[in-house]
Design a protein around this ligand. Sequence first.
Ligand SMILES: [Zn+2]
Length: 140
Amino acid sequence: MGAGNEKILPPVTALTEPYWAGCREQELRLQQCDACGQYQFYPRSICSHCGHNELTWRRVSGRGRVASFSVVRRPMSEAYPAPTVIALVDLAEGPRMMSSLADADPDSLAIGQAVAVDFAEWSEDIFMPVFRLVTEEKQP
Ligand SMILES: [Zn+2]
């Protein structure tokens, strides 16, 4: 086809397959180090904190905060509507993830806003994590 209306799909490898399998189940999964307990993203064969090579995939909360964002006002192609917001999200478990914010008004966004993961169906196999703003519970 190549009509410019199809998204560029990420390659799925043996290393990343558990991640994408999670996304298909609407679960955000991260690798947790069996030695130091830290989480990491993106998937790697060793722990980025201590170098240990045994990591376990765990479902995580999907909650985080906007660390930084950028508004894309020109569409890359018909497959990517604009404006869209690309954000760095600090996940509750620690890792920072680049993603996009769905249904966010670029003009009222702020650093530190709470977000939760959602999944956008890009193809039969790829459900791409996106984040949505969530209202925070007020502390009593
Ligand atoms: Zn480690």
